[in-house]
Design a protein around this ligand. Structure first.
Ligand SMILES: [Ca+2]
Length: 432
């Protein structure tokens, strides 16, 4: 939770593949299989020696970083003994370096992501777990005023209801991220948070485990979020989000959502129908308007009823005019405080609804559209700009500027101007 968006994007695939920290168990070492010829053996030996010396120097650098960070931690109030015990068996985690350095080139379409995130088995398991924990969940709901279904859905999304909570030593993972330096500030402050948790005695260093990027326990709290929001709901004196018993973790999740303004009983969003002449420029998440405004434009529910009033709403068009369209409310943004990705918020909301007996969306997804790779998105931005439809840069991230450029192109070419970045659009533009 509270992961920066680049982690979220990366975690998307990782979480859904069913293994939070064991995403790839292949060794990082680049040394290859035994060569056939003696000459190659000699080369290989030289390479191994070079690699070994590089590793030794890296470990020396890590030790130097650790010494320096120890001073900072002590200044932040961490007792030397706590620090030394936490770091006793910590070494540089090569797997963490590898995962942090990989940038997702291939992404999945939103419907593929939702299919996995809200699969039949995830819904069935969720319903069973909800039944088993119904008394606890009802007590959590009544204390925090957060719907049990959304707490269940976050638990399902983050760790498949606790079945893969991650096995990376949190201190080692965060220390590696801090040492590696790309996000030192972030990792060091989370690391100090983790040390404060150890100092408070809620968990032992051995049991403080989670995903490679520092998220811990059943609902994957980052250490600083834990310090602010974790709850001891079963009153045993420990805020234990790591144990088999998910009670504290689920209450902590509810407390987190409550803090960011969860509205009990309100939906994350509803599927809607847009009027024929709808201006898709209005469909940006930042364009938040009162329900009356949307009603006046002719926006209705998918079944043609007046749009329900849950306060301000924005219009979400995740797959263009050909796919399902939604009005999203305050709770959608509350879910985004947990993980700031539109796809994640949709998945949590949709899963929560399904856990309560809801079904699939009414409109069909444009399933024949394949996903654009990151480099294709860059290419699309370049070719749009070259054709006079300026995307204000080509970073491979499809945002409001690219939507606007696509709409202008579509308008100029007599197409429905929904701003959707599709493979067929790229094809049109590159054929010209
Ligand atoms: Ca407890």
């Amino acid at each position: 939770m509270l992961k920066p968006s680049y982690i979220s994007a990366l975690m998307l695939g990782v979480i859904l593949s069913g293994c939070t920290s064991q995403a790839n168990t292949a060794p990082v070492s680049s040394e290859t299989a035994a060569p056939l010829a003696t000459k190659d053996n000699a080369t290989n030996a030289t390479q191994s020696a070079t690699a070994a010396s590089a590793r030794a120097s890296e470990l020396a650098d890590f030790a130097r970083w650790q010494q320096k960070f120890r001073q900072r931690a002590i200044k932040s109030g961490i007792e030397p003994l706590i620090f030394d015990r936490a770091f006793k068996s910590v070494t540089l985690d090569q797997q963490v370096i590898k995962l942090d350095g990989s940038q997702a080139e291939f992404t999945r379409q939103i419907w593929e992501y939702l299919d996995t995130a809200t699969s039949k088995s995830r819904v069935t398991t969720g319903k069973e777990k909800w039944q088993q924990l119904r008394t606890t969940l009802a007590a959590i709901e009544s204390r925090y005023h957060v719907d049990a279904k959304v707490v269940m859905a976050i638990w399902g999304m983050e760790t498949n209801y606790g079945s893969y909570r991650g096995n990376t030593n949190t201190i080692a993972g965060l220390a590696t991220l801090a040492f590696e330096g790309r996000r030192r500030e972030f990792a060091e402050s989370e690391l100090i948070g983790a040390l404060k948790i150890l100092q408070a005695g809620d968990v032992s260093p051995e049991k403080m485990r989670g995903s490679w990027a520092g998220a811990m326990g059943h609902t994957q709290f980052m250490p600083t979020s834990y310090l602010r929001y974790a709850q001891d709901f079963n009153n045993d004196g420990k805020r234990d989000i790591w144990s088999e018993d998910p009670t504290d973790a689920l209450a902590s999740t509810a407390a987190y959502l409550a803090h960011f303004g969860w509205q009990q009983g309100a939906p994350w969003g509803v599927e809607i129908k847009l009027p024929a002449n709808f201006d898709y420029a209005l469909a940006e998440q930042s364009n938040v308007k009162p329900t009356a405004y949307w009603r006046q434009l002719g926006v209705s529910t998918i079944t043609g009823q007046p749009l329900p009033d849950y306060g301000d709403a924005a219009i979400l068009v995740p797959a263009g005019a050909q796919g399902p369209v939604f009005a999203i409310f305050k709770n959608f943004n509350v879910i985004r405080r947990y993980n700031n990705a539109t796809s994640y918020a949709m998945a949590v909301g949709h899963l929560a609804d399904k856990l309560e007996g809801g079904g699939e969306f009414s409109a069909a997804w444009p399933r024949t559209e394949r996903a654009l790779s990151r480099s294709e998105k860059v290419q699309l931005q370049r070719v749009l700009t070259a054709n006079g439809f300026n995307t204000q840069g080509a970073d491979g991230v499809i945002g409001p500027n690219t939507h606007s450029a696509i709409r202008a192109y579509q308008q100029a070419n007599g197409q429905v101007a929904d701003g959707y970045a599709s493979a067929s659009l790229l094809e049109q533009l590159t054929k010209k």
